[in-house]
Design a protein around this ligand. Structure first.
Ligand SMILES: Nc1ncnc2c1ncn2[C@@H]1O[C@H](COP(=O)(O)OP(=O)(O)OP(=O)(O)O)[C@@H](O)[C@H]1O
Length: 357
């Protein structure tokens, strides 16, 4: 995944800023090149566009750019795909009291909050056309007006965008404004998929485990045997680093202090793949209970499966889901799972599940 801009970065010896190195794990040629590009673009005020597959680390790269830029303000991240179009405008621009039904108080928008810092617009390709025009005006005039407001408010932010789509295709299809595309695509930085940097898997796992230890100093960590690492390096990683994190998180919960071998890794990967297929939402997003087709496919592909491991994993997913839904409230989660509160507490302890804050 290279472009003309990235071809400028051919010097293997080019320096990398400390903040970039600290955030982004990996020393493969693909990652080194990306880190050199991030180092080069960080001090500039020009817009950066990060492109790469889902879970490849675009948000992390945006954080690294902001940290290395020296800008004093905040990094404000907005996922344009996660906020419905009609809400996105008032989220970004803020509103004045009485601007619309329900606007009972004045509200400062996310663009204003990024003043003096950086604004990260993730999945910019999903921004509705009408809002694209408004964003273009902000980038040109460097000022905004809140919804329902008349006053122009000056804003100074560094724009970082990300997309997993080929925005040139969206422009050709009339779904993305060409003028906005050229305005935001000044410094394009491709984020390579994990499949192009498989040699980094041991480094990534080490970092994920050490991050876990920082939060849980007494955690009994799992170990990945050589055959497990080889198996991970033979996988194609459609969910990229997020999928790897999913494997490591499961290993932490289910193999504390134990050694994982290829067989366990196979089970994890199969489960994650089946989850992605069942839900259509990508890897690691939930398990469809009682899906016979999925079970048959697993049996056909593998010949045999470890049903205890899978049931345990399903149980963990359901408990995590219920806790998430009930915002960490154990009584509510127990009710929604049809369990006694004490039984749920035992299971939470047994599996080392973290309650959402
Ligand atoms: N180089 C890295 N080292 C360690 N962890 C990483 C690295 N890159 C990404 N991650 C982790 O992988 C997960 C996905 O990363 P991130 O959210 O940055 O991806 P993304 O490309 O923005 O995903 P999406 O396209 O879905 O928005 C996060 O948990 C992140 O912390």
């Amino acid at each position: 995944m290279t472009n003309v801009f990235s071809n400028l970065f051919f010097d293997a010896e080019a320096p990398i800023l400390y903040e970039i190195d600290a955030h982004i794990v990996g020393s493969s040629p693909a990652t080194r090149r990306m880190k050199q590009m991030l180092t080069a673009v960080s001090p500039s005020d020009a817009p950066v566009m990060l492109s790469g597959d889902t879970g490849s680390g675009k948000e992390r790269a945006a954080t690294a750019i902001h940290q290395a830029s020296g800008r004093k303000g905040k990094l404000v991240a907005v996922n344009c795909a996660a906020i419905p179009g009609e809400l996105l405008e008032s989220e970004l621009f803020g509103y004045e009291k009485g601007a619309f039904t329900g606007a009972e108080e004045q509200r400062v928008g996310l663009i204003e909050m990024a003043d003096g810092g950086s604004l990260f617009l993730d999945e910019i390709g999903d921004m509705p056309m009408a809002l694209q025009s408004k964003l273009l005006r902000v980038l040109e005039a460097r000022e905004i007006q809140r919804v329902g407001g008349r006053e122009s408010i000056a804003v100074d932010f560094r724009l970082i965008t990300a997309t997993h789509r080929r925005l040139t295709d969206s422009v050709a299809d009339g779904k993305f404004r060409a003028d906005l595309f050229y305005r935001i695509n000044v410094l394009p930085v491709p984020v390579p998929p994990l499949a192009e940097r498989l040699e980094e898997i041991p480094e990534l796992i080490d970092r994920m485990l050490s991050d876990h230890t920082k939060q849980h100093p007494h955690a009994n960590l799992p170990h990945f045997a050589m055959d497990a690492i080889e198996r991970l390096q033979a996988h194609n990683w459609p969910g990229n680093i997020r999928e790897l994190r999913n494997v490591v998180d499961r290993a932490i919960v289910m193999f504390p202090g134990r050694m994982l071998h290829a067989g366990e890794v196979d089970n994890f990967l199969l489960l994650i793949e089946t989850e992605g297929e069942n839900t259509g939402k990508g890897p690691g997003s939930g398990f469809a209970v009682g899906d016979q087709d999925a079970v048959l496919k697993m049996l056909r592909d593998k010949g045999a499966i470890d049903i205890r491991l899978i049931l345990r994993d399903m149980e963990i997913s359901m408990i995590e889901g219920a806790l998430q839904m009930c915002e960490g409230n154990v009584t509510g989660a127990a009710q929604s799972l049809g369990l006694q509160r004490t039984t749920l507490i035992e299971k939470i302890k047994k599996y080392g599940i973290q309650k959402p804050q």
